[in-house]
Ligand binder design. Structure first.
Ligand code: NG6
Ligand code: CA
Length: 511
């Protein structure tokens, strides 16, 4: 009898163990955020692209949930990334486009999404563009560069430290510059020329393509950048090889962690300037290097899928495909992007793009693919990347502390397509602030002057001395400013922005 009971309980325990392993798996899919740099709403096939084909992204959309009103938090990179990783609107930390030698913006001790996922049992990595600063100021390129991602929740990092157009043009793996020869130290300066490496201004004949004055400092790999540097020759990247290098690290990370839950923030360098894709993508689009960079981006996306399939883990991996801000054609290099765009509409039906307060600034292609958890379809729910933090906390059963993620809503059901109801209200950050309330969109009057370099560009910035109000239901292209006929509504929305400026918005904090 005793033996029987023991056997029976052993079976029970085994079953329970098996069940809980399954539950854990269902609640803890691998999570990969494929984060493209500067990809606009209309830049991929499934969102209407002309002139370039994106079969791999289209596959995700066909077999996943495609969003039509999904947003990054801001119309530029650093603020969007800051918000995504901290669940906080970027203005709360004065997050703006950072120079390449800026200190780490998310200070250690700040609650972050990757750190929350670590607590949930995930192994976490960031591979690709960082642009959130490193170190305590003036990073020690020739020594240990910290604090960085490893101090704020990532187990592994392989980074392009800032942007492709900023020095130093070297990769940083965990705390060190990869492939650095200690006898050839790196020197970086953002104020004045250091060393004797050529610059775009002095030696334009050495360039693959020319840059504007801001992008005409030190030349590396035939491209002039923002900022000056010399040294670290063995560590310099070759622009044409970056996509392959990043995929190599992505594949190793996924392969090493295939048997446990992992979170990968795969932060692309495509399709930001300078656009210098691998020769095998040259001519893949009719739009010159910007379109070819989209083709390369699509290839990289396909490689991730291939790896997941090969390892047999694609069904329980949630892939979120999105972008950090809207599209831009001329962003500082003469690469003929404007001339060759043809009838392709980078921002789709929306106005503006990168840097802009209009919808094109933050409304970006967004697909959630997770065969085990998400039914294919289309969702028009209003969703925002600032909500990943609270939503993934819900998914993985984590509590948020009172100081964590001050603007992050649990929108898990919307991300998974279980409801089409999204946020009722959402802030869009650019060089001013905009507020969405349902389909109403209010753009506050600008309080700071428009940067000079932005004035000369062919971009509808939405920056104006007076506020604007649009009804996106009838006017998605923001053509008819309704502020005069609706001044009361405008005032209420301005008041609401003021409230948000002073107060956290996460629902649980407001109860
Ligand atoms: C701007 C750069 C632009 C780009 C951007 C950052 C000038 C004139 N323009 O300041 O080329 O680097 O910063 O892009 O310097 S982002 O996608 O990382 O936000
Ligand atoms: Ca960007």
């Amino acid at each position: 009898m005793k033996i029987r009971i023991t056997l029976f309980s052993a079976i029970l325990i085994a079953c329970a163990g098996h069940l809980s392993a399954q539950t854990t798996k269902a609640n803890k899919p691998n999570i990969i955020i494929i984060y493209i740099d500067d990809l606009g709403y209309g830049d991929v096939g499934c969102y209407g692209a002309k002139g370039v084909k994106t079969p791999n992204v289209d596959y995700l959309a066909k077999n996943g949930l495609k969003f039509t009103d999904a947003h990054c938090t801001a119309a530029t990179c650093t603020p969007s990334r800051f918000s995504m990783l901290t669940g906080s609107y970027a203005f709360r930390n004065n997050a703006a486009i950072l120079p390449g030698d800026a200190p780490l913006l998310i200070r250690p001790g700040t609650p972050t999404m990757p750190e929350m996922l670590q607590r949930a049992g995930y192994t976490t990595a960031v591979i690709g563009k960082w642009h959130l600063g490193l170190g305590d100021g003036d990073p020690k390129w020739n020594d240990k560069i910290k604090p960085g991602p490893l101090e704020i929740g990532f187990n592994y990092s392989f980074l392009v430290p800032a942007t492709l157009d900023r020095v130093p043009t070297v990769f940083v793996e965990n705390h060190e510059v990869a492939n650095l020869d200690p006898k050839d130290p790196i020197v970086v300066n953002y104020d004045h020329k250091v060393g004797n490496w050529p610059t775009g201004t002095e030696n334009p004949e050495l360039l693959k393509f020319k840059g504007d004055p801001q992008h005409s400092n030190t030349i590396t790999d035939g491209i002039s950048r923002i900022g000056y540097m010399y040294g670290g020759t063995s560590a310099l990247w070759k622009d044409e090889e970056i996509a392959d290098v990043l995929i190599g690290h992505v594949n190793s990370f996924i392969t090493q962690n295939r048997n446990k839950p992992f979170f990968l923030y795969f932060s692309f360098t495509d399709i930001h300037v300078p656009r210098d894709p691998n020769p095998r993508f040259k001519g893949k689009s009719t739009m010159g290097s910007r379109g070819d960079a989209i083709a390369q981006m699509d290839w990289s996306t396909g490689e991730v899928m291939k790896t997941l399939k090969k390892l047999g883990i694609e069904k329980n991996t949630m892939i979120i495909f999105s972008s950090d801000n809207g599209p831009v054609l001329d962003d500082g290099y003469y690469d003929r992007a404007e001339e060759l765009v043809g009838n392709h509409k980078p921002a789709g039906p929306f106005k503006g793009g990168k840097y802009s307060a209009y919808e094109g600034g933050t409304r970006v292609p967004t697909i959630v693919y997770w065969p085990n958890g998400v039914k294919p379809g289309v969702s028009n729910a209003l969703v925002n990347q600032v909500d990943f933090f609270a939503s993934f906390a819900k998914l993985t059963g984590q509590q948020l502390g009172p100081k964590a993620a001050p603007d992050s809503f649990d929108m898990l059901d919307a991300w998974l397509g279980k409801t089409k109801v999204g946020r009722k209200e959402m802030l869009e950050e650019s060089f001013t602030l905009s507020l969405r309330q349902g389909n109403w969109k209010y753009i506050a009057a600008q309080t700071k002057p428009t940067p000079d370099w932005l004035k000369n560009k062919n971009i509808a910035t939405g920056l104006s001395q007076t506020p604007e109000l649009y009804n996106l239901q009838t006017d998605p292209g923001e053509k008819h400013n309704l502020i005069n006929a609706n001044s009361k509504a405008g005032e209420q929305m301005a008041e609401r922005i003021n409230y948000i400026l002073q107060n956290a918005t996460r629902p649980a904090l407001n109860k």
